[in-house]
Design a protein around this ligand. Structure first.
Ligand code: PLP
Length: 402
């Protein structure tokens, strides 16, 4: 008998499974609105030109080699990434009370943060938005959290942020609980709190002594502006809150498979830094010893050379505008077709996704009859729309809804 006889088969991971099914579909008009990756108007993956340029420079740099990076990563990269998210003039940076750790993109960073918070901050309860990225709850559970709770974030009927539920449910959270927030471009709803609402949330978290944790996977994708999209994090830090945040460069640099991320701990007392750093060092060492170098070198070159940085910021802005434009076209066309329901939320939402409000039945029908793929939750990646397929998608949605 095999030692593996009792291994249970789990269902596939929905987004990645959809990619496979999509690739096998031979229909000419097929459209993939599943996985969260940017596409050009030609429906092609996008290598940002400035990223490509920096990649070539890194490959050709005779001074570089393949020696191991330090356990906490490439310090030039983590410094540049941390300045990007906290702002160069951040008080916390000036007071040297931050720690940065290079991570295996966003996912690896969240896992590392969750392990640290469980083992060294003795946290067992986390509150994540409902809905949220489907991986969040699983990561926290695997890292040892016992109570994985959700706070209501979305008013499905009005298709907008449910601020009163957020405040009510977080005010009932037990002291010390970790509160996970999306720094910008909330996945899947595409709706972020306003500045005034972030003020209220920060105040509540401070009063209730909860622990804020930020997932920052889309800096730049919400507004098109890197600085504006860091507002929430910077506000919490300015308000004197300690926090941990995780950045991903998958989306805003198009470096999905290079797995480049950065974790930042902001402490109030810099005396604690060496202890915290020592624990992260051990966690990384026993997980994967040290991170990969290539992507971190590329990101560092993009962020630290002024001309590159400028070009990159313009490209991020261009990507965000293309998505915005596709939102408008889709919503306009749905309205022109007298599609039952309201569609303004598609335009109001930001980032890559629209939480369309389509039901699992609609989604199934779109897939089976129209060869249009999206998540069963009704989340559609607007980056998968192009000026060539938006008519077909609008017409198809209109038909399945009618
Ligand atoms: N957080 C959110 C909200 C995401 O949507 C994603 C990716 O889809 C991630 C984190 C992690 O991405 P990665 O591990 O590719 O950086």
């Amino acid at each position: 008998k095999s030692a593996f006889a009792k291994v249970k088969t789990e269902p596939p991971v929905e987004v990645f499974h959809l990619v496979k099914v999509f690739q096998a579909d031979k229909h000419e008009q097929k459209v993939n609105l599943g996985i969260g990756a940017y596409r050009t108007d030609e429906n092609k993956p996008f290598v940002l030109p400035v990223v490509k340029k920096c990649e070539i420079e890194v490959v050709n740099d005779a001074k570089l080699n393949h020696e191991y990076l330090p356990i906490l990563g490439n310090p030039d990269f983590t410094k540049a990434a941390t300045e990007m998210v906290l702002g160069k003039d951040s008080k916390a940076l000036k007071e040297k009370r931050t720690l940065s750790v290079q991570t295996i993109s966003g996912t690896g960073g969240i896992r590392l943060a969750a392990e640290f918070m469980c083992q060294h901050l003795q946290r067992r309860t986390v509150f994540v938005p409902n809905p949220t990225w489907e991986n969040h709850m699983k990561i926290f559970k695997q890292a040892g959290f016992k109570h994985i709770k959700q706070y209501k974030y979305w008013n499905a009927k009005k298709r907008k942020l449910d601020m009163s539920s957020i405040l009510r449910e977080l005010s009932e959270a037990p002291e010390g609980a970790v509160v996970l927030m999306h720094a910008s471009a909330h996945n899947p709803t595409g709706m972020d709190p306003s500045k005034a609402q972030w003020h209220q949330i920060a105040e509540l978290i401070k009063q209730r002594r909860l622990f804020p944790f930020f997932d920052c996977a889309y800096q730049g994708f919400a507004s098109g502006d890197i600085e504006s999209d860091a507002f929430a994090i910077r506000h919490f830090v300015d308000a004197g809150l300690e926090t941990i945040l995780v950045q991903s460069f998958a989306k805003n640099m198009g470096l999905y498979n290079e797995r480049v991320g950065n974790l930042v701990v902001v402490l109030n007392d810099k005396q604690q830094l060496p202890a915290v750093a020592s624990q992260f060092t051990i966690l990384v060492r026993i997980n994967y010893s040290n991170p990969p170098a290539f992507g971190s070198r590329v990101v560092h070159k993009v962020l630290s050379v002024e001309q590159n940085r400028k070009e990159w910021e313009q490209t991020v802005c261009m990507m965000a505008s293309r998505v915005k434009d596709m939102r408008k076209q889709l919503a306009d066309k749905l309205k022109q077709l007298d599609t039952p329901g309201t569609w303004d939320h598609i335009v109001q939402q930001t980032g890559m996704f629209s939480y369309t409000g389509l039901t699992p039945k609609h989604v199934q029908k779109l897939k089976d009859d129209k060869h249009i793929y999206m998540l069963s939750s009704g989340r559609a990646n607007i980056c998968g729309l192009t000026t060539k397929n938006v008519d077909y998608v609008a017409k198809s949605i209109s038909e399945v809804v009618k």
